[in-house]
Design a protein around this ligand. Sequence first.
Ligand code: AMP
Length: 149
Amino acid sequence: MAYSHLLIAIDLTEDCHRVLERAQQLCQALACQTTLVHVVEPLTLAFGGDVPMDLSLLQEQQTEQAQHKLNILAEQHQLLKENNCHLRYGQPRQEIHLLAKEHNCDLIIVGSHGRHGLAMLLGSTTKDLLADAPCDVLAVDLQIHTADD
Ligand code: AMP
């Protein structure tokens, strides 16, 4: 069974180019539709609920920066157009699953890892996405392999 609609979820780091490349190859091979999503996570989630300061301005800036990066990516990758790039706000797993259902996507494409350092303690979005996924999930290997591997 071929896939007909890919949902590409990106974290807007350098790694997302590799995820986009793989998605582009699949899309060419299968001649399928594509939708892209980046989810802006609430800062209160990252810092915990009881931060004694107003994070709304910071959150607004984060959203603006994400939209700016998304616009640049849309110009760089022929796979992307303004109307298939979505910026969502919330918890990544929840929003990605929701978007996949809304658009009848049958394959979600993500990177195998994205975070480094401390943030790794929070767990991987990819692992999280697998639980109750509404369709198949493809994890693109983001490690650079050498001949010795
Ligand atoms: P991580 O959980 O940070 O290791 O990320 C693994 C992969 O999940 C990334 O390479 C992206 O494909 C995807 N991902 C992580 N965070 C987000 C996000 N905020 N919005 C959309 N996709 C994401």
